[in-house]
Design a protein around this ligand. Structure first.
Ligand code: ADP
Length: 334
């Protein structure tokens, strides 16, 4: 098995324990997603060898690297704050790792040119670091990391320092470059939209553990816990016990939390649905303009039901909402 395997990997600090077991498929871009403090950086430190694990094994491309020093692991790391060498120009920055590996000079030049082309900065060889924008610096940092052809690329919140528009552009670029090279990549982020956009697979972490892993579609459509469901995308959650009795029996459950997405909620009778779960007397408390649609917030028995539409519904009016049972999940409480 190539790619990366983390086998029962543990890192125990006095007040926090990371405990994960997973596989990152060869050539995939896999995101570690979770709130601040869930253990993403700890996982990276152990994978890179900056920290020794308390237990477990790290297998990269079939080789056990658990006890190797960081510089023998063939892993490249890109942080959010570029960390380029300010006194070197772009081509020297990119060539740095290759010189250390004593690659012949002609080969270094060829490889640098190839990478500059790949990151869309051909012709920038002699530019100094301070002459580059934030986005360009991050591309050069990526090229420098990729130059020695690492077996694993780790991107630690690489776009956090950039503005929103540039972040979206650059993540598309990162995905393109990653696909083109086919390098196994772990992308760390706390930004769920970024994770949905860029990932082949997402590993959702919470409190040092893996909550769920799967494709973005899997995680969005079939969250296994309330944590995953509410961390990724908007949703509504209603205790099943508060639904009408006939609705409870159509769900084959009288316990747990009914979970559904805003795009599946509509006015009763507006779309076919069977069986239909209805929320009569839902009061529209707020509608928020989102550009090409409005987001609606209704109140039903004190719970918020979220929906979306063209803005034609009136605030403070009551409506009967509906959602098809096959668009709902029942998640465990707590
Ligand atoms: P994230 O990257 O998801 O924000 P971290 O991995 O940085 O989370 O931190 C997870 C937990 O591990 C935090 O509670 C943090 O205080 C703790 N932690 C991180 N590094 C150390 C350390 N060197 N010593 C003790 N505790 C640490």
């Amino acid at each position: 098995m190539s790619g990366l395997e983390l086998r029962e990997l543990r890192k125990a600090y006095p007040e926090f324990t990371l405990s994960i077991d997973c596989t990152v498929r060869e050539g995939s871009l896999t995101t570690l997603l979770g709130p601040s403090g869930c253990g993403k950086s700890t996982a990276l430190s152990v994978i890179t060898g900056i920290e020794a694990p308390s237990a477990g094994q790290i297998i990269l491309a079939g080789t056990d690297i658990t006890d190797l020093p960081p510089w023998e692991r063939n892993i490249a790391l890109v942080f959010q704050d570029y960390t380029l060498f300010p006194h070197m120009d772009v081509s020297h920055n990119i060539a740095y790792g290759l010189k250390i590996r004593k690659m012949p000079r002609r080969d270094i030049e060829g490889r640098s040119a190839e990478l500059l082309e790949l990151i869309g900065l051909a012709g920038y060889e002699r530019r100094r670091v301070h002459e580059l924008s934030g986005g360009e610096q991050q591309r050069v940092a990526l090229a420098r990391a990729l130059a020695p052809q690492p077996k694993l690329l780790l991107l630690d919140e690489p776009l956090s320092a950039l503005d929103a528009k540039l972040r979206i552009r650059l993540r598309t670029e990162i995905k393109r470059i990653q696909r083109e090279l086919g390098v196994t990549t772990i992308y760390v982020t706390h930004d769920q939209e970024e994770a949905l956009d860029i990932s082949d697979e997402i590993i959702v972490m919470n409190n040092g553990k893996i909550e769920q892993s799967g494709t973005p579609e899997d995680i969005y459509r079939n969250p296994e816990s309330l944590f995953c469901g509410s961390f990724i995308g908007a949703s509504s959650v209603i205790p099943v016990s508060e639904l009408y009795e006939d609705q409870q029996s159509s769900l084959h459950s009288r316990e747990g939390l009914l979970f559904f997405r805003p795009e599946d909620v509509h006015l009763h009778g507006e779309r076919p649905c069977s069986p239909c779960i209805t929320f009569s007397g839902s009061q529209l408390t707020r509608k928020a303009y989102r550009g090409f649609y409005y987001e609606y917030f209704f109140s039903w028995k004190g719970h918020t039901v979220r929906s979306q539409g063209d803005g034609s519904l009136q605030e403070q009016q009551a409506y009967t909402l509906a959602v098809s049972a096959d668009r709902c999940l029942i998640l465990p409480e707590g």
